[in-house]
Design a protein around this ligand. Structure first.
Ligand code: R5P
Length: 299
């Protein structure tokens, strides 16, 4: 098999360029356009015969559009003779719907994976999935990465005096525990309940946060409700300051304003999805992590 070839999907070409700069992979251009009726049209504009192809495409909003263009690019690569296609999903939309929470619901994350699989994707590379349990739910190999290697040094450089790492909900406990261990800080947690698919309420703060510089660590921010609720609860419990790091800034409209109003002093995220222009977010690039994995897999 020849060496790695990168194809940038339409969701985040800037990140694909950053990954290409960090790796030895060559880039084959691809065009993604829409017909007037809304159908997606893709074309790979280079030679991928016998190539080990990596398509970089977070399925960030609009999730369905980006999932479909990824599937079409994978099919196009296979049809053009690619030896193997790996989908690199810096953010995997649908990953939060990993289990059926009520009768009548689909297994959305598994279905999204099967769509990619039937389009010719042989392997997935994903970053900070909502639930690592997805690993066993997928039929094709999944290489699941975390952002710790780039995020921990950046957060350590904040030099928070009385640092306590906080999980904003029970689902985020393991991740927060990892960061607390790496940063040598105690751990606290916020108890949260979901009142509707995009709404949550804080039940209480677990652990000692009075007078502490709290760092909330989460996988993603979508509406900002979880983070804003946790920040307010921590303030209410006497935290000296509250800041946050989250891996995926999925950010529905109005989210930055919501976070600003919650009294968060500093916010950092990665470039796993395209970020709102001129935002106050501190960006930690995930490109080196993805480039390293692509180089490792392409060997
Ligand atoms: C939830 O379980 C996740 O880990 C995130 O905390 C959540 O999805 C964030 O969503 P939102 O910003 O809408 O509260």
């Amino acid at each position: 098999m020849s060496s790695a070839v990168l194809i940038a999907g339409d969701a985040h070409p800037q990140l694909a360029r950053r990954i290409a700069q960090e790796s030895a992979a060559s880039v084959v251009p691809a065009a993604v356009a829409r017909f007037a009726d809304g159908e997606t049209r893709v074309r790979i504009e280079g030679d991928v015969r016998d190539a080990d192809v990596y398509i970089v495409q977070p399925t960030s909003p609009p999730v369905n559009e980006h999932l479909m263009s990824l599937a079409l690019l994978a099919d196009a690569a296979r049809a053009a003779g690619a030896a193997r296609v790996t989908a690199v999903l810096p953010y995997f939309g649908y990953a939060r719907q990993d289990t059926r929470k009520a009768p009548g619901e689909p297994r959305s994350a598994q279905l999204a994976c099967r769509i990619l699989e039937s389009a010719g994707v042989a392997r997935l590379v994903a970053l900070e999935l909502h639930s690592p349990a997805l690993d066993s739910a997928f039929r094709i190999p999944l290489f699941h990465l975390d952002a710790d290697g780039v995020a921990v040094p950046a957060l350590r450089a904040w030099r928070l005096e009385a640092l306590t790492v906080v999980a904003p909900d029970a689902g985020g406990l393991k991740r927060a525990q990892r960061y607390a261990a790496a940063l040598g800080a105690p751990l606290a947690a916020v108890a949260k309940t979901r009142t509707a698919p995009d709404a949550s309420a804080v039940l209480g703060v677990l652990g000692e946060v009075r007078g502490r510089d709290c760092l909330i660590v989460d996988d993603l921010v979508s509406t900002g409700g979880t983070l804003a609720g946790a920040a307010k609860a921590l303030r209410g419990a006497g935290a000296a300051s509250v800041q946050a790091f989250f891996v995926h800034a999925v950010m529905a409209p109005g989210t930055l304003e919501r976070l600003a109003a919650a009294g968060l002093q500093r916010l950092a995220t990665t470039d796993s999805v395209p970020l709102p222009a001129a935002s106050t977010l501190e960006i930690i690039s995930i490109a080196p992590v993805l480039a390293r994995e692509i180089s490792r897999l392409a060997r």
